[in-house]
Design a protein around this ligand. Sequence first.
Ligand code: PLP
Length: 258
Amino acid sequence: MTKSWPPGGPMPLPDYNELIASTKDHSWLSHNPYTDRNDPQQLSIAVRGEGCYIFDHEGKKYLDATGSSHCSAVGHGRQEIADAVSKQIHALEFSGSGLVPFINAPSAKLSQKLADLCPGSLNRVFYTLSGSEAVEAALKIARQYHAQTGNPKKYKVLYRNYAHHGYTWGAMSVSGDPAIRSKIFEPTVPMGVMVPEANPFRCLHCSKTCNLGCARSIEETIKYEDPDSIAAIIVEPISKMAVVPPPEYWEMVVSLCK
Ligand SMILES: Cc1ncc(COP(=O)(O)O)c(C=O)c1O
């Protein structure tokens, strides 16, 4: 049965206006090119989620087709997740690992499970709180790996045009998405080197049939930049607009990394 929300019907208008006014006064809303955050008409108050739907302050139902930017991929309002989170927070909400090297059972068990699910030698897990932070960690791990294996000059990171890797400074510096990489944030971290995206819908390399020109141009860039300066390439297997390159593309990119 569909629950009514907010209880007693839609949120009264004065509350809405107050919240909008206080949001405008006290919240720094994320910059986003798709909506005007200064226009109160474009702000909705999300109050409840159920499966793939979000309900706003007026009870209006939205199909959350992006899984709230991939963060709610298993759906909203999942009772078992709320129960598990609540149980853990009641037991212990946080433990720093600085002075005493604490580990905890849920994360150790999850690491084991993820290692079992992941292919090949992907068998270690580093937990972060967001995708951007995960990218920051990956960039640092790449640098650390090269520094500790005798290649401290390997610092450049290849990224693709239009790629979206996050809003933090390092992640933004290896993102080609104009929606997040604004000129006002330049200079970015000096490590990113852009290579072409692999997009069959607007390919600059082939006319009708794919000739893997985009992958070959990565090789050209590596030669131009000096292979001894390249630390990593960062790529989305399925990029933001659901673009999936052909399998041969990945074979070529992987062979370039070896
Ligand atoms: C491929 C990719 N990497 C990183 C991020 C950044 O994740 P977050 O917004 O959780 O920081 C996103 C966000 O959409 C993403 O799509």
